[in-house]
Design a protein around this ligand. Sequence first.
Ligand code: 5GP
Length: 207
Amino acid sequence: MRRGLLLLVSSPGGAGKTSLSRRLVADFKGMTLSISATTRPPRPGEVEGREYLFKTREQFEAMIAADELLEWAEVNGHRYGTPKGPVMAALEAGRDVLFDIDWQGARQVARQAPEDSVRVYILPPSWSDLARRLHARAQDDQAVIEQRLALGRREVAHWTEYDYVIVNKDFDHAYADLVHIYRAERMKPGRNPWLPPFVESLREEEV
Ligand code: 5GP
């Protein structure tokens, strides 16, 4: 018996949030990754249903109209949103859910479920480091990279809305920090409804 938490991870694009998130989901069986819907075209190597559910603008509008999204936002000229169904199913099954979403989405989810949300912001050690990573990734062309860097510089202002901040200078360190945050948050009494009956049984136990 456990009450699932919503781990909302945001960062400027390229700061390593996606790799950190995917590693956490791979290492912890109780954690499910929320797969977002987006109108952005797939990047090389991205697979439908693994990175995103790729939608046309019309399909995305239909999802909004049918109230199928927990939150949605426009980022860099494209729409991104979190389908409600899989999140509810995971929570009902007692699982935690990790969201790789921007500050607008994190804010919306945290408003809807303040008790269950934990917000983590990942910062790059510097903008030049971030630019280097975006170039090395070679998934976007120069103009898109510049646009993403400019967006990152604006969006980083929202870091104060987060419960935790990690500077991703070194992947292993940053990952260890993320694991610490997740483990500590899992141990909060409110997330463990089995605790009161357990403590009661301890009180009643005869030795
Ligand atoms: P990218 O195009 O690089 O995959 O993602 C661009 C931005 O959109 C990232 O900051 C990512 O976290 C954010 N994003 C991805 N999915 C969602 C979502 O479902 N909702 C919101 N609000 N942002 C999202």
